[in-house]
Design a protein around this ligand. Structure first.
Ligand SMILES: *[C@@H]1O[C@H](CO)[C@@H](O)[C@H](O)[C@H]1NC(C)=O
Ligand SMILES: *[C@@H]1O[C@H](CO)[C@@H](O)[C@H](O)[C@H]1NC(C)=O
Ligand SMILES: *[C@@H]1O[C@H](CO)[C@@H](O)[C@H](O)[C@H]1NC(C)=O
Ligand SMILES: *[C@@H]1O[C@H](CO)[C@@H](O)[C@H](O)[C@H]1NC(C)=O
Ligand SMILES: *[C@@H]1O[C@H](CO)[C@@H](O)[C@H](O)[C@H]1NC(C)=O
Ligand SMILES: *[C@@H]1O[C@H](CO)[C@@H](O)[C@H](O)[C@H]1NC(C)=O
Ligand SMILES: *[C@@H]1O[C@H](CO)[C@@H](O)[C@H](O)[C@H]1NC(C)=O
Ligand SMILES: *[C@@H]1O[C@H](CO)[C@@H](O)[C@H](O)[C@H]1NC(C)=O
Ligand SMILES: *[C@@H]1O[C@H](CO)[C@@H](O)[C@H](O)[C@H]1NC(C)=O
Ligand SMILES: *[C@@H]1O[C@H](CO)[C@@H](O)[C@H](O)[C@H]1NC(C)=O
Ligand SMILES: *[C@@H]1O[C@H](CO)[C@@H](O)[C@H](O)[C@H]1NC(C)=O
Length: 567
């Protein structure tokens, strides 16, 4: 016994000395293991991806063109090693990374950064369908699985500072109805991290806007119990331009507005380019009072070049050499000169909870959050209660799924054969009502809508949708069978609908997109730009009981004359 203990202790000691200190949050502040305040002195570290064609729905919601692809910056040890000396020269202790591919290996980059005192703040969403879609928001099984896969690929690295569950999902008052879905994502990811013993922080990065919008959203996402609030609230802020000052940049107003936010806040992007040169005088302000009383540092945008001029280095065409700009040198000087106050002391901080804001002219987000995505229920419904299933080739095309969902829901809505609607797969974040299948994947939602249509018009050609659908080999024989199967599937739902999700069966690659590069100014990518499933906005969504649900699907319609050439 004694002999075997010695090497074990030795190993433990070694790994302790090598690990970067854990950063935790107490109330509004971050602390390291010694109890010193931790400030994020960061730089965005994500090569720019290609911009996606902006969808109508996205534009209508004030969205920026979103990236359609990404390059994982933590998957190439050569590149991380190439960049390390420059990150050190900048004096950063953190990099913010917007999109990674969870099936690649990140060991070497993470170790290179860890060995040099650099934490990683990682966004877990991906471009396009890998993020909550602000124009048709939903917190669904496919996103939960994708987030968990990425978290599982990273949570054991000692230098993971936190996981961001969204970047600029909400861009203006009219899409604050996506708020409950973002908050549900924070809730479920926090529960997951806790269940696997991880103390990583959970964050969200917000778009800037006028004070009412900015403050209401920050209050909303940080209010209520610890179980549902984000730990790290980031503001992407570009208001300090040229040789501005605390007072004339508007930072004074921001600091005042975030004073009572009960969690750690930081500038998750900063560095205005509109009054060049960038002097980075905001760095001195960020790391001293009064800003440091409220904010815990920030992430300068951006290390890598961007098409609109935010980059601070260029990389030679062979990918081997890095050239820095004057912006880079000025930022390095500013970062190196910071000496932020080590106060308040951790022991003096009391964690406070805030009351959630009511809906108002600047916030149309309900405090009633959607349930935890329940894959078991969705799969059960798909297998046992649906008659018409989307083909897997179509399921892999988010754009077609989005179009067909609109089409099928519209067919149902205009049906003369009853009151069928897509309510069970929709939701309303303003009303705080969520259909029972609102958390299922887009493909299962589509199969639901197609099956409901088929039930009204039960001839084979009703389940064709121009070759995109096929009759289920395990379809229920009668509407009554469908009803009881649905009811049975739904009965496994835990009371209240909220539970701790678990890792995806079958490993971490089950929910990847085929997309690749990111990194415009808003490179985190939040909207889909692909599927504009308007199911949530047609009709009057409400929570559907299992009775109402199978009421819809159980209505056997007569065959509509004319054979219905669908699409
Ligand atoms: C949604 O998609 C449908 C079908 O492609 C299209 O006709 C409609 O204009 C789109 N709506 C928005 C708001 O983009
Ligand atoms: C910043 O500090 C680091 C060491 O902490 C140093 O390597 C680097 O050269 C400094 N950069 C500047 C611009 O002073
Ligand atoms: C910036 O403004 C301050 C005073 O507001 C002034 O002292 C300083 O010289 C200015 N710096 C530049 C580079 O313009
Ligand atoms: C900003 O303005 C206020 C009120 O005019 C003043 O008290 C304060 O000293 C100024 N702050 C800075 C950092 O200049
Ligand atoms: C390494 O960086 C170069 C230049 O930025 C880039 O072209 C290349 O794709 C990167 N390699 C990997 C594996 O990401
Ligand atoms: C929200 O509205 C209710 C009812 O009008 C009121 O009692 C409560 O104080 C309000 N809450 C906040 C945070 O303003
Ligand atoms: C599926 O639907 C899309 C339109 O929404 C159509 O373009 C396509 O031809 C259909 N069939 C197949 C097999 O993809
Ligand atoms: C997004 O779509 C791709 C197919 O284009 C799919 O492989 C991937 O699983 C989807 N991601 C999510 C989160 O649904
Ligand atoms: C992740 O990398 C694998 C292996 O290179 C690739 O097949 C897959 O398409 C990538 N996924 C994404 C989302 O880029
Ligand atoms: C969602 O609910 C709100 C308030 O409860 C309502 O005003 C709004 O019209 C609903 N949205 C849709 C798309 O039905
Ligand atoms: C469904 O609608 C068609 C066409 O309007 C009608 O002929 C048929 O009787 C309806 N079936 C039912 C069950 O109401």
């Amino acid at each position: 016994m004694k002999f075997s203990l010695i090497p074990l202790l030795g190993l433990t000691f070694l790994s302790l000395t090598n690990a970067l200190p854990k950063i935790t949050r107490t109330g509004k502040y971050l602390y390291d293991e010694s109890g010193s305040r931790f400030y994020i002195k960061g730089v965005a570290y994500q090569p720019q991806g290609e911009a996606a064609a902006s969808s109508e729905a996205n534009t209508a919601n004030g969205g920026f063109p979103e990236p359609s692809s990404f390059h994982d910056p933590l998957s190439s040890s050569t590149n991380c090693t190439r960049d390390l000396p420059y990150l050190k020269q900048l004096g950063v202790n953190s990099v913010r990374v917007y999109s990674v591919n969870s099936s690649l290996n990140h060991d070497e980059c993470m170790k290179t950064f860890s060995d040099n005192g650099i934490y990683v703040l990682l966004d877990v969403s991906l471009p396009l369908n890998g993020s909550i879609d602000r124009s048709s928001p939903s917190w669904s099984t496919n996103l939960l699985n994708e987030y968990i896969s990425t978290i599982d690929a990273f949570r054991n690295y000692d230098n993971i500072l936190g996981f961001n569950i969204g970047n600029e999902v909400i861009t203006q008052v009219s899409n604050t109805n996506a708020g409950p879905y973002v908050k549900a994502a924070a809730r479920d990811i926090k529960a997951y991290l806790k269940s696997v013993g991880s103390s990583s922080l959970v964050g969200y990065s917000a778009t800037d806007g006028d004070a009412d919008f900015r403050n209401s959203l920050a209050e909303y996402l940080t209010c209520g119990s610890e179980d549902i609030t984000v730990d790290l609230y980031g503001l992407n802020n570009y208001e300090w331009c040229g040789n501005a000052s605390y007072n004339n940049s508007g930072w004074n107003t921001i600091v005042q507005g975030f004073q009572n936010i009960p969690v750690a806040t930081y500038m998750s992007e900063y560095g205005c380019i509109f009054q060049p040169p960038r002097l980075w005088t905001e760095v001195a302000a960020l790391f001293s009072t009064p800003v440091s009383d409220v904010f815990s540092g920030g992430v300068a945008f951006s290390y890598f070049p961007t098409s609109d001029g935010y980059g601070m280095v260029t990389i030679s065409s062979d990918g081997n050499a890095v050239t820095t700009s004057d912006d880079f040198t000025r930022l390095a000087t500013q970062y190196n000169a910071t000496a932020p106050p080590n106060s308040p002391a951790k022991s003096s901080v009391t964690a406070g909870q805030t009351t959630c804001p009511n809906e108002s002219a600047s916030l149309v987000a309900s405090n009633n959050l959607p349930p935890t995505p329940n894959e078991e229920v969705c799969n059960c419904i798909n297998q046992k209660a649906l008659s018409c299933l989307v083909r897997s080739s179509t399921a892999n095309s988010p754009t077609i799924v989005g179009d067909l969902l609109n089409y099928a829901c519209q067919l149902l809505g205009t049906s003369t054969n009853g009151t069928a609607s897509c309510d069970p797969i929709g939701g309303n974040g303003t009303a705080g009502t969520y259909g029972e299948l609102s958390y299922c994947s887009p493909a299962i939602k589509l199969s639901y809508a197609m099956s409901a249509y088929y039930e009204f018009n039960p001839i084979d050609s009703s389940c064709d949708f121009a070759g995109n659908a096929t009759l289920s080999p395990t379809r229920p024989n009668t509407a009554q069978d469908a009803s009881s199967a649905a009811s049975q599937c739904l009965s496994s739902e835990p009371s209240g609908g909220v539970f701790t999700p678990s890792a995806v069966a079958g490993g971490s690659s089950s929910s990847k997109t085929s997309a690749s590069p990111s990194g415009s100014k808003t490179s985190g990518s939040s909207a889909s730009g692909s599927s504009n499933s308007s199911s949530a906005s047609s009709g009057e969504p409400r929570t559907i009981s299992s009775a109402a649900w199978f009421g819809v699907i159980g209505l056997v319609g007569a065959i509509v004359g004319g054979g219905l050439a669908v699409l």
